[in-house]
Write a protein that binds this ligand. Structure first.
Ligand code: BGC
Length: 514
């Protein structure tokens, strides 16, 4: 069978623009939005390892950690401690739903600004926390910030970028996320060595830096032509399009944006409309892609790499160091996606990365199983521990050029304007919900499922790879307002897209599609 892919989508135009400094700088600043998310992802795991932090807020976990050596799998299992990490994601889930209205009505940049602002206040609460209530309020504010930024930034980048480089530009968001993670891990490495409460306070308080970057960035950023048209500033939109494309010959793309906007004006309720059958492919994808992204199990590594490494018998310092190494590998490997996603396409990266993750996860599960068994006792030799770290790096590399960046890119580029903000909100909400679940349940799952946890995620990676193979059409180089044609030409989704949505007769599409 055709495997559900389209080699060349009928009727799709290719504007073929050059890269202008303006679009480059704009998207570079826009991508800062990923920093706040990344900083937080990277800081939590290390802070929850710091003894003064645990002693201050989670004395029960502290005592347990000090005493328990019988069962390695259950050393850190505490619902309250994980709630500290995961509360943020529930807040982000809620705020992403509000953010979609702000993004649509006021423009993408104001959601980014609000994101930076609430994150900034949250970082102050956390840095100065005196009790667990302040800590949790801070986390919730940080979560609001992340929800706003994650809802608006990927859409901003996808709309600003020239179609033939959209993948690379959008991946800037993921690069910023990982950069934030790496910086946070490095900061943790040093602050963990400070005596008393100052270490964790610095780690949590420094979240104000990426917050300020995105706030200031959002103030100076222009809005996207798509959003300007959507809000009635047609003339400004044309000028903006000409300036970011570096040519006055933008008529074709401009007309596509106008047409998309006209169509979107007939849609008064994006939330109700996204449920219509004609948006079924986008709805399914915006739910399944973030769900699968989280079910790769990546955040087991992101949040708990230091815990995992300690479980493997590494010392506390060596664990933080290993977490730093995996972060740097993830950062470098994300660039593989930046440079190949618009050439090889999204599908190739998804499929290759999926297979790589699958194999490494199974190998990690087997090794940990052999060493610790189901009882969770035993000692792991240096060579074996290093081998497991190497396997974790291979797994992380696979994620870094597939599900990591593509989990944000694909949902932000597949929806028509009229439902784009709502679809992106769903993407963030689903992503945050499952980030929350994994963060909340991982330590308990490790305690109960033991090494089987790695097989659990491997099963999902297997399913998602098949899903992509069958259900995701290739979207590389397709102008964002022309995406309906891609869906129309797909062997399965085509039936949901009405002919008038693509302006081509069904028979014609059938004939041209692979
Ligand atoms: C995911 C996060 C993950 C991060 C780093 C992002 O794309 O959404 O959940 O922590 O990549 O791996």
């Amino acid at each position: 069978m055709a495997g559900g892919f389209v080699s060349q989508t009928p009727g799709v135009r290719n504007y073929n623009y050059k890269l202008t400094p303006k679009v480059f700088v704009t998207c570079f600043i826009g991508a800062f939005g990923g920093l706040i998310f990344g900083y937080d992802l990277g800081i939590s795991g290390g802070v929850t390892q710091m003894e003064p932090f645990l002693e201050e807020f989670f004395p029960y976990v502290y005592k347990k950690m000090k005493n328990a050596h019988e069962n390695e799998y259950c050393r850190f299992d505490s619902q309250l401690l994980t709630l500290f990490t995961s509360s943020l994601y529930l807040a982000a889930l809620v705020s992403s739903l509000f953010a979609s209205t702000i993004t649509r009505v006021f423009g993408r940049k104001w959601s980014m600004f609000l994101g930076g602002f609430t994150f900034f206040i949250g970082s102050a609460f956390n840095g100065f926390a005196q009790n667990i209530a302040m800590l949790l309020i801070g986390r919730i504010l940080l979560g609001f910030g992340v929800g706003f930024a994650n809802q608006s930034v990927p859409v901003y980048l996808s709309e600003m970028a020239p179609p033939n480089l959209r993948g690379a530009f959008n991946n800037g968001f993921q690069v910023a996320i990982i950069f934030g993670i790496v910086v946070a891990t490095i900061i943790n490495y040093f602050t963990a060595q400070l005596k008393g409460n100052i270490g964790w306070r610095i780690s949590l308080g420094l979240a104000c830096v990426p917050a300020m970057m995105i706030m200031i960035g959002a103030l100076i950023l222009p809005d996207t032509p798509n959003s300007l048209i959507e809000r009635g500033f047609t003339e400004d939109a044309k000028k903006m399009l000409q300036s970011i494309r570096g040519t006055s010959e933008v008529d074709e793309e401009f007309q596509d944006l106008i047409d998309a906007s006209e169509e979107s004006k007939q849609v008064k309720h994006p939330w109700k409309n996204i449920m219509l059958p004609r948006y079924r492919p986008q709805l399914i994808m915006t739910c399944f892609i973030p769900f699968f992204q989280q079910l790769t199990g990546i955040n087991v590594i992101t949040f708990y790499a230091p815990v995992l490494f300690q479980t493997l018998g590494f010392g506390s310092k060596a664990s933080l160091l290993s977490a730093m190494v995996t972060g740097i590998i993830e950062l470098l490997c994300t660039f593989v996606s930046v440079f190949t996603v618009d050439r090889f396409g999204r599908r190739v990266l998804f499929l290759q990365g999926g297979i790589q993750m699958l194999i490494s996860q199974i190998a990690i599960g087997v090794m940990i199983g052999v060493k610790f068994g189901t009882v969770g006792t035993g000692n792991i030799g240096k060579t074996d521990a290093n081998l497991i770290v190497a396997l974790i790096c291979i797994y992380v590399a696979g994620f870094a050029w597939s599900w990591g960046p593509l989990g944000w890119l694909v949902p932000s580029e597949i929806s028509p304007l009229e439902i784009r903000s709502a679809a992106q909100a769903i993407n963030v909400a689903v992503n945050m919900f499952f980030t929350f679940l994994v963060a909340q349940l991982f330590l308990t799952m490790l305690c109960h499922m033991k090494f089987g946890l790695f097989f659990f995620f491997a099963v999902f990676v297997f399913i998602m790879t098949i899903f992509i193979y069958l259900m995701l059409p290739e979207t590389k180089n397709v102008p964002i307002e022309e995406m309906n044609r891609v869906w129309k030409a797909h062997w399965f989704w085509g039936r949901f897209i009405p002919d008038e949505a693509v302006g081509v007769s069904a028979a014609e599409m059938q004939q041209k599609s692979v």
